[in-house]
Design a protein around this ligand. Structure first.
Ligand SMILES: Cc1ncc(COP(=O)(O)O)c(C=O)c1O
Length: 315
């Protein structure tokens, strides 16, 4: 379980406020109706100081989430990049997790949100391996959830919005209650969708498979990074509908996400995957991903936003 480790400062609508002062009214719209758009972003320790992984891509996804829910966003990606970099520096962070949030505050009494102001908060805090260091090396024990992901055209799966995470909570809590680390959920068509907070990859006879963007899953930025790195490494990559049983026949299964990074799966429904330890392809992709994120490998896609360099340009 991950409890919040507080830091000193949170950015709120253009100013820095103390962590303990970042409070909202119990009747704010987002509290009542789950209407906050948010992101999860990692900042890595690199030889050039802290670097935020794919910051612009995350912020663009945040702006897209706001757009879909008609939340008027007053800040540009560039302004939010600068604010996040200042946040990391002010809090004296090296490696940390950033959680930009756009909420609808106090005002609207009912579901129609327009009488509630849109407020932007940028917190960050230190956060280690989401499924634990043990799972990063030895793999997570997973199950297939009895809860399905949302159907396309119910709520937009491309939006990272708090309400979408009710399903994720049910999926994760059921897994934990049954003694698993994580669960993989199916979509309404019975095909594999995603984990509670991760995209799913399968390796079978040297080919890397993942599910297509079909309206049931979040288009993960880590997913996109892994697809890029796998193609770069000369692996065959296929985005296609995957049936549940493919998990049991897989040579390797792994999960990707900002919090989970690249986490191998050791078992699904108590059936051991491959040899029951991290497979070669997973290991190579995990290493390559972490090498880029930690600034140990060439950042040829410009995925790292170096906080100090960014601040030096801004001031
Ligand atoms: C439901 C869900 N799917 C997938 C992901 C992976 O997305 P990303 O790699 O952008 O963190 C996340 C994490 O944000 C998530 O919450």
């Amino acid at each position: 379980m991950a409890k919040l480790n507080s830091t000193e400062w949170i950015w709120r609508d253009g100013e820095f406020i103390r962590w303990q002062d970042a409070t909202v009214h119990v009747l704010s719209h987002s509290m009542q109706f789950g209407s906050s758009a948010f992101e999860g972003i990692r900042c890595y320790s690199t030889p050039r100081g802290p670097a935020i992984f794919r910051l612009e891509d995350h912020l663009q996804r945040l702006l897209n989430s706001c757009r879909m829910y008609r939340m008027e966003m007053r800040y540009t990606v560039d302004e939010l990049v600068a604010a996040n970099c200042e946040l990391v520096e002010r809090n004296g962070m090296d490696a940390c997790y950033l959680r930009p949030m756009v909420i609808r505050g106090y005002g609207a009494a009912g579901m129609v949100p327009f009488d509630s102001p849109v407020e932007v908060y940028l917190p960050c805090w230190p956060w280690g391996a989401y499924l634990g260091d043990h799972a990063m090396e030895n793999g997570a024990d997973t199950c297939v959830s009895s809860w399905h992901r949302m159907a396309p055209n119910t709520t937009p799966s491309m939006a990272k919005i708090a309400g979408n995470y009710l399903g994720g909570q049910l999926i994760k809590m059921e897994a934990l209650a049954n003694g698993f680390d994580e669960a993989i959920a199916l979509g309404p068509d019975g095909m594999i969708s995603e984990g509670s907070g991760q995209n799913v990859f399968i390796v079978h006879r040297g080919t890397v498979y993942t599910t297509p963007l079909n309206g049931t899953l979040l288009p993960g930025i880590t997913r996109d990074s892994i697809l890029t790195l796998a193609r770069d490494a000369g692996l065959e990559v296929k985005e296609m509908p995957l049936q549940r049983d493919f998990l049991y026949a897989a040579d390797e299964v792994f999960l990707t996400g900002t919090a989970s990074e690249v986490t191998p799966v050791r078992s699904v429904d108590k059936l051991t995957i491959g040899a029951g330890r991290m497979g070669e392809v997973t290991r190579m992709l995990q290493r390559t991903f972490l090498d880029v994120a930690h600034g140990r490998a060439d950042d040829k896609y410009h995925w790292l936003c170096h906080v100090r360099a960014e601040r030096a340009v801004a001031t």
